[in-house]
Design a binder for this molecule. Structure first.
Ligand SMILES: C[S@@+](CC[C@H](N)C(=O)[O-])C[C@H]1O[C@@H](n2cnc3c(N)ncnc32)[C@H](O)[C@@H]1O
Length: 270
């Protein structure tokens, strides 16, 4: 029987070892692809000294700290995981709140900008989270979003049909909103955000250890079998072909991230 699957980042504190999720974020943060797109996401927010920003689903607070140090702005972090909020606080971020992004505990128009980096993919109601972000940003302020879109995945293993089935499990089952990122621009447009821009950046992984350690790609077929979405034989076949692709030097996985930003309409509160 098919069973629902909850990604660890939907409930970090309930995982057997929450600290492993801190390590995953630290490993990803050190990766040049992530470092580069995160720098661009900060640029899109147009920070300046004295401005106030909110990092929604801030994780370890690493990006919020970098933004504050780089720009001289004040950055608050919100995350509903106490493990993550504890990390952000321990790393020196002064304003850290444990809260659900669907109900941000901040007054209307209290920030010059807000961003959510790889968060909307995990929430139950992305449109409500966006509405909350827009509520707390002042008219004329900036919003920025980043997420991978798992509809864009490719993986070179021998059986492309099998690869597609496993990649679809990742896109449609393992993540709540794994294929939403290409719709962020449309969502912001519909919510009245102005000057919406979208940029795409493709992560290309040739070192299987990077995919395996962080994204857990080699384990996706096992997870699919465990939850009744793939037969055990298919999962074993996937793992064997994954290892064969690595051995033959053909292993290639790619996934596109979308960075979407815009400006809150000046008359949005009148
Ligand atoms: C993939 S991590 C990204 C963390 C950080 N933005 C970064 O770029 O490193 C997703 C984060 O969103 C948080 N999160 C997920 N759902 C949330 C919600 N409904 N409200 C607040 N935080 C949430 C998780 O606890 C986790 O820290």
């Amino acid at each position: 029987m098919r069973q629902p699957v909850a990604h660890g980042f939907t409930a970090v504190d309930q995982q057997p070892r929450p600290s492993e999720f801190v390590q995953v974020l630290d490993t990803l943060n050190a990766d040049p692809f992530y470092t580069a797109y995160k720098a661009r996401l900060r640029e899109l927010l147009r920070p300046r000294p004295g401005a106030r920003f909110l990092d929604v689903g801030a994780g370890t607070g690493a990006a919020a700290l970098t933004m504050a140090q780089e720009s001289g702005s004040t950055v608050a972090a919100v995350d509903f995981s106490t493990t993550m909020a504890g990390q952000a606080h321990a790393r020196g971020l002064p304003y850290v709140t444990v809260a659900d992004a669907h109900h941000l505990p901040f007054r209307d128009t209290s920030f010059d900008g807000a961003w959510a980096d790889r968060v909307l993919q995990h929430v139950t109601e992305p449109e409500q989270v966006l509405a909350e972000m827009l509520r707390v940003i002042r008219p004329g302020g900036r919003i920025a979003l980043a997420d991978p879109d798992y509809d864009t995945q490719v993986l070179d293993i021998a059986d492309q049909q099998l690869a597609r089935r496993v990649l679809r499990f990742r896109a449609d089952v393992q993540l709540r909103n794994g294929t939403l990122a290409h719709q962020h621009a449309g969502l912001l447009n519909r919510l009245g955000v102005l000057d919406v821009t979208t940029e795409a950046r493709t992560l290309v992984v040739r070192d299987h250890r990077a995919a395996d350690n962080c994204l857990g790609l080699r384990t996706w077929a096992d997870a699919a079998a465990e939850h009744g979405h793939l037969t055990r034989a298919d999962a074993e076949q996937f793992t064997a072909q994954f290892d064969e692709a690595v051995h033959d030097g053909r292993f290639t996985y790619a996934l596109t991230f979308f960075l979407t930003a815009g400006t809150i309409a000046p008359n949005s509160r009148t």
